[in-house]
Design a protein around this ligand. Sequence first.
Ligand code: NAD
Ligand code: MG
Length: 382
Amino acid sequence: MTKNIALLGSTGSIGTQSLDVCRMHGYGVKCLTASSRVEEMEQQVREFRPELVCMMNEQAAADLKVRIADTATKVVSGMDGLIACATYDGADTVLNAVVGMVGLEPTLAAIAAKKTVALANKETLVAGGHLVTNLAKENGVDILPVDSEHSAIFQALQGSPRKEAVKKIILTASGGPFFGRTLDELENVTAADALKHPNWDMGAKITIDSATMMNKGLEFIEAKWLFDMPGEDIEIVVHRESVLHSAIVYQDNSVIAQLGVPDMRIPIQYALTYPERKPSPVKPLSLADYGKLTFFEPDYETFRCINVCKEAIALGGLHPAAANGANEESVKLFLNGKIKFTDIAYLNYEAMKAAPEKQDFTLEDVLAADKAARKYVLETVK
Ligand code: NAD
Ligand code: MG
């Protein structure tokens, strides 16, 4: 059966790689969304002929309408438009590759509309937590991970999917561009330094998250929700080569890992072909070319953002949403040269701690906690 996909965030790093996969396998691309890059969107519309396109930005939507007036594609805008794409009748699978917690409402809407969700947008699970996983259970909807580590865990789980068989998750981290540095040495690093990731070419926000290792903290929370594992049973290991993408330790201490060259088109494709496997344009892995793979304990003293997330998920409730919201703002401030690299962890921690205590929360609570955390960061910096 041909898949019909609604791709949210199609102009980004994951978005364009997802289109590579769709192109190769001839999947139907029914909806595309982006924030404001009209030129790229016009090209995508002309190639993939989607039925519905959303530009988050109103002006961009108006521009796009004029540019593609000769096509049959309908253009919508804003959050309502994004949700219209996430729930579009003609699509069976929603690939959510937008960046940030703005992806939460479309994810919930897609699940409620009983779409299969291929999820790259990790902020969704970090902020929404049980709202997302419970709604998926209620609707019998699969959430298929696109994040490489979670895809690796998901693939390793096919070895013995019974929950009782699993003892531990090993979540690998590249360590980012500042591996081996001390906190003092990171005081004056610039956005340009932090944007140089050794192994992956990604959007700016996740690249900064990799440099602070907030990304691994967010993924720790993401793993907890996706695989229903307590934090104590998720071990983070730094693995510089990004070849072993994560692993499962079973009760018999057998470890099953997924390996491959660092190329996101493998996990993107698996989320779309699951449970089948298909040929891929990705280079095969040559272990002999690598020669050796290295593993290290994370440096929690230097990369304090990991602790922010670990503490947030231990506190539960709205603390992870606050940590995420604060981080989205502090990363923007750092990219704009307004704060130091080392301020990010401090701001995220303080805003995370300040979240209201509420274990059983609603979407409105999450949106309010996110907003309050962002405000906390902006006011502290002012
Ligand atoms: P990106 O910045 O390259 O692309 C983001 C996409 O979202 C773009 O299409 C953009 O137009 C859209 N977007 C941005 N802000 C928006 C807004 N406010 N409203 C609606 N749409 C908006 O980001 P990316 O690197 O592709 O990452 C996307 C998601 O996937 C993130 O959650 C990231 O953590 C996750 N992820 C990325 C990678 C990677 O290799 N890039 C790997 C694992 C997970
Ligand atoms: Mg990842």
